[in-house]
Design a protein around this ligand. Sequence first.
Ligand code: HEC
Length: 133
Amino acid sequence: MAQLTSRFALLLSFVLVASPALAADWEGGDATKGENIFKRCQACHTVEKGAAHRIGPNLHGIVNSKAAAKKGYRYSPAMQAKAAEGLIWTGEVLYTYLERPQAHVPRSPMSFVGLKKPDERRDLIAYLIEAGK
Ligand code: HEC
């Protein structure tokens, strides 16, 4: 029993030490593939610096920026409320949000069903980072 407990302790300490070094779920995407996936967003969003808002706001530099912060765009009350709660579009948050936007920000007018495949979300986030530089 003591041996089992110490093995468990060893395993636990390994997990605790090793986990920060592992890539997060949203990391390591392919920006080139992501550019292609972004075509599904383009009906409503631009990503180039200073490009016009469409149905949705311009997304230049969106990764790690505050929600509902693009000048000259009228956000929904739902998105403004999330922003007031302190929503930041980190890679992690976008990874969850883009799977099912309506679940994450209910009553937002972003009528996009979502990207079910983790790979697609990862690639898209890599592209958003790249295009935001
Ligand atoms: C049918 C139009 C439409 C499509 C397609 C769409 N969006 Fe949106 N998006 C919107 C609208 C409208 C908003 C503003 C939502 C609000 O104010 O509640 C928005 C908001 C956002 C925001 C928040 C921006 C901010 O400044 O806080 C992000 C991030 C976003 N969209 C990413 C995407 C991505 C990535 C895709 C493609 C996978 C996508 N959207 C597809 C319409 C769309």
